[in-house]
Write a protein that binds this ligand. Structure first.
Ligand code: KIV
Ligand code: ZN
Length: 518
């Protein structure tokens, strides 16, 4: 593998900006901070933390991430408008290393229909926006939205204008996921050859996955001369998503013989990042997803199993350990004490305060009484659930449900609402319906249930259930998770976790986003 600096591909993660544009993927400030910290731990070069002008909430996320993150560059998106750029500059001010990423569309269709601007006016806007951004930072990225449907000569002029105005990174997005790998790679070769000052900037790829080509196109862009890839964890993003970071990173690492480039990503952190993004967004990862799917390293057929036992390389082109997948281990039992539990939490990367530790330990003991074998996954689910549901305005105190195959179900629920206990008994068509109705009655609200999802944390009928609930109210979407060995209790905890976030969002009365970018 080459370690020359000119062969290094920078990883620009846009999970928190383009990724959050996936319908339903909204994240809270705390969740974004957690993800940003994980991205930093992975060695991501640039974290696109949001679109500062879009809302007060977005601004605050970018600002707090800029304050917290020390080893990655923190970036905010901005349209080619002075107000957008001022807001982005303000948000990244606390960053040790901050970037402004400004963009404008350059394809004939977008210029005419969306912007209603003549090409010369677009060139002026590029010059003004990039020069303005340079007043705040030396690190300015400019993107030609819909670059792959832009006329070649106009693209050269636009890139030339941006670099002259001071852009240090030039991004040529395949905004609509239309290009083929050959075309996308050739676009970089052509631009780099025909723009006289191209050597003054780093070129970047940004690919959407509408035809399933985002990763192939990103790699073709690198072969064509790009040295930055924009991507998201699990490939989440607008429509069919963006290029998946775990796939581009592992493709470059595994096939360094064919693609002699390297990244600074700590690949053993990939699995953790994938699980975190999936948990926070409620988007489960398909089993056969490359690198991070549950079956990515599973060998089902006898011939394959036999081969892998003899020599892993027979059917494994990379090891599960290289992406942070460790064998499921039997961890603790009924007799494990506080010290063993504390050690396990440390190994799993948790640092809990005293109260949270005591609550988690109590729940672990309760779980161990009911469940024979406790795995790492059980501990992760339990701690994530406890952290998400404690110290909130709404809490489940007690829940009893009764259901039968031949009649309605009933839920008897006690909740703590702002420190006051309230109780109700409500009917429903099934136990989950009854519990959700009971919560709505006690909280006195009626949000739209967008998603209800259940999965088993481990194998066996005594496995904990992990539930995700997505709620929507007045254009605000939130996700909540809950885990418990009783599936209906897990569902209730997930609903209440989402409801708590909705209350926080209501309090902050964030204005709706003013604009979305591809
Ligand atoms: O897809 C796209 O064109 C974008 C730009 C705003 C970079 O996301
Ligand atoms: Zn995009």
């Amino acid at each position: 593998m080459s370690h020359r600096e000119q062969d290094r591909v920078r990883i620009f993660d846009t999970t928190l900006r383009d990724g959050e544009q996936s319908p339903g993927a909204s994240m809270t400030l705390e969740e974004k901070l957690r993800i940003a910290e994980q991205l930093e731990a992975m060695g991501v070069d640039v974290i696109e933390a949001g679109f500062a002008i879009a809302s007060n909430g977005d601004f605050e996320c970018v600002r707090q991430i800029a304050e917290r993150i020390r080893n990655s560059t923190v970036c905010s998106l901005a349209r080619a408008a002075l107000g957008d750029i001022d807001r982005a500059a303000e948000a990244i001010k606390p960053a040790r290393s901050g970037r402004i990423h400004t963009f404008i569309a350059t394809s004939p269709l977008h210029m005419k229909v969306k912007l209603q601007m003549e090409p010369d006016a677009v060139l002026d806007a590029i010059h003004q926006s990039v020069s303005h951004a340079r007043r705040f930072t030396d690190d300015v990225e400019w993107s030609a939205e819909d670059a792959t449907r832009t006329e070649t000569d106009f693209l050269y002029r636009a890139v030339d204008t941006a670099i002259r105005a001071g852009a240090t990174t030039i991004n040529l997005p395949d905004t609509v996921g239309y290009a083929t790998p050959d075309e996308y790679g050739q676009m970089y070769r052509d631009v780099i050859k025909n723009v006289s000052n191209a050597d003054k900037a780093v070129f970047s790829t940004h690919c959407h996955n509408d035809l399933g080509l985002a990763v192939a196109n990103s790699l073709a862009g690198v072969m064509g001369g790009a040295r930055q890839i924009e991507c998201t964890i699990n490939g989440i993003g607008e429509r069919a998503g963006n290029a998946a970071m775990e796939e581009v990173v592992m493709a470059l690492k595994t096939r360094a013989d064919a693609m002699p480039f390297h990244t600074n990503i700590v690949s053993t952190e990939i699995s953790k990042a994938s699980k975190l993004v999936s948990l926070v967004t409620g988007f489960s990862v398909q089993n056969n997803k490359a690198i991070v799917g549950a079956n990515a390293f599973a060998h089902e057929s006898g011939i394959h199993q036999d081969g892998v036992l003899k020599a892993a390389e027979t059917y494994e082109i990379m090891t599960p350990e290289s992406v942070g997948v460790t064998k499921t281990t039997l961890v603790l039992g009924k007799l494990s004490g506080r010290a063993a539990f504390a050690d396990k939490l440390k190994e799993l990367g948790y640092e809990l305060g005293d109260n949270a530790f005591q609550d988690c330990f109590r729940r672990f003991k309760e779980l161990a009484d009911r469940k024979k074998t406790i795995y790492d996954e059980d501990i992760v689910a339990l701690v994530d659930d406890e952290v998400a549901t404690s110290e909130n305005r709404l809490q489940v105190v007690a829940l009893n449900t009764h259901s039968s195959s031949s009649g309605t179900a009933v839920a008897d629920l006690t909740m703590k609402i702002d420190d006051e206990e309230k109780k109700t008994v409500v009917y429903g068509s099934g136990p989950v319906d009854a519990v959700f109705n009971a919560i709505k009655e006690l909280v006195e609200f009626d949000p739209h249930l967008v998603l209800f999802q259940v999965h088993a944390v481990t194998h066996g009928t005594d496995a904990q259930a992990e539930c995700t609930v997505r709620l929507e109210e007045n254009g605000r979407t939130v996700n909540g998770q809950g885990a418990h060995e009783d599936t209906v209790t897990a569902a209730a905890r997930a609903y209440v976790a989402a409801a708590n976030k909705l209350l926080v969002k209501r309090e902050k009365t964030m204005p709706d986003p003013i604009v979305a970018a591809g």
